[in-house]
Design a protein around this ligand. Structure first.
Ligand SMILES: Cc1cc2nc3c(=O)[nH]c(=O)nc-3n(C[C@H](O)[C@H](O)[C@H](O)COP(=O)(O)OP(=O)(O)OC[C@H]3O[C@@H](n4cnc5c(N)ncnc54)[C@H](O)[C@@H]3O)c2cc1C
Length: 283
């Protein structure tokens, strides 16, 4: 259902033009990728939809790592060979669980970041893949995920133009675990982990938990505790317990804080064990 307060449909031909319209209209205009959330949650002051799909930002490119244009839909990513091949197929594993096939035909990766749902499956995954975001707010910049979300907290809403995923070496792997009531429900909690290994020890470690019920973040103290260790059973259980203690767990209508801590322990343990399997051992 299109909200009746949206009266103007604007389809700019360049990122600069899109930004100028948004800057000029303020709350009166909203950028839309697929439009699923932008229209669902728009406020009555918003009277214009600024469609970003004419900006030539729908692509998946193998540039050593991956470059994904902000208006690329989940289906387009799932069908792109470089994305399918990336890091053991982790993008396919996660994205094909997002919503329904019809929604994946519409939903864009930029829109998912713009919505910043706490239960998003995509945000923890992008965190652990070390994603960098190309942005435009009158001038172009490139920020890490943490830097981007910090800017949002201060009220800024730059346009996202591209998501960059760095190339990863052979001795690296990623795993994801989602906990939800049914396959279609959004997550009660989700968990993503990435590891690279050198001489039998964890080198680059990234762990992110989403739906605590707050927006996903990296668990930096837990990552630091794992860095430099082998990944044996004892270490996995110690790290999983530490993650459960570290998260900002709270109650909401989906789950209690205690249940979320239990899920975190199980999720981190499962992710690390799957990574060990993929790497053929880390000891
Ligand atoms: C029924 C349902 C089930 C769902 N299930 C899941 C699920 O299982 N897992 C999951 O992770 N998600 C799920 N989602 C969320 C879904 O992934 C998002 O609704 C979708 O990704 C939004 O994409 P969009 O392109 O339609 O965004 P839009 O609605 O176009 O935009 C969303 C927000 O981002 C802003 N925006 C859009 N593009 C940009 C840009 N390039 N730069 C800056 N801001 C931008 C918009 O102004 C708006 O505020 C579900 C949603 C629904 C409705």
């Amino acid at each position: 259902m299109v909200p009746t307060h949206i009266r103007d449909y604007i389809r700019p031909a360049s990122v600069e033009e899109a930004w100028n319209v948004l800057a000029e209209r303020g709350k009166g205009a909203k950028p839309i990728g697929g439009g699923i959330d932008a229209l669902l949650y728009s406020v009555p002051e918003t009277t214009a939809a600024v469609d970003l799909t004419g900006l030539d930002l729908s692509y998946v490119r193998d540039e050593g790592g991956l470059a994904i244009g902000a208006t690329t839909t989940f289906t387009e990513i799932l069908e792109a060979e470089p994305a399918r091949a990336f890091l053991g197929g982790i993008l396919v594993e996660v994205l094909e669980k997002v919503a329904s096939p019809l929604q994946r035909n519409i939903a864009t990766i930029g829109g998912t970041l713009g919505s910043a749902h706490p239960w998003s499956d995509v945000i923890p995954l992008l965190y652990v893949l070390g994603a960098e975001l190309s942005l435009f707010d009158g001038q172009a910049s490139r920020l890490s995920m943490s830097e981007y979300f910090a800017r949002r907290v201060s009220g800024e809403r730059p346009l996202i133009t591209e998501i960059g995923l760095p190339a990863e070496g052979k001795a690296s792997a990623c795993a994801f675990e989602e906990f939800s009531s049914t396959g279609f429900d959004v997550a009660v909690l989700n968990c993503a982990a990435f590891l690279s290994v050198e001489s039998g020890r964890c080198k680059t470690v990234r762990i992110s938990i989403g739906g605590t019920p707050a927006l996903a973040t990296r668990l930096t103290p837990v990552e630091e505790a794992l860095n430099g260790s082998p990944l044996d059973d004892g270490t996995i259980e110690r790290i999983a317990a530490m993650a459960a203690d570290t998260i900002d767990a709270r109650d909401d209508r989906r789950a209690t804080a205690g249940y979320r801590r239990d899920l975190t322990r199980v999720g981190v343990s499962r992710c690390l064990r799957r990574i060990v399997e993929q790497l053929g051992g880390v000891e």
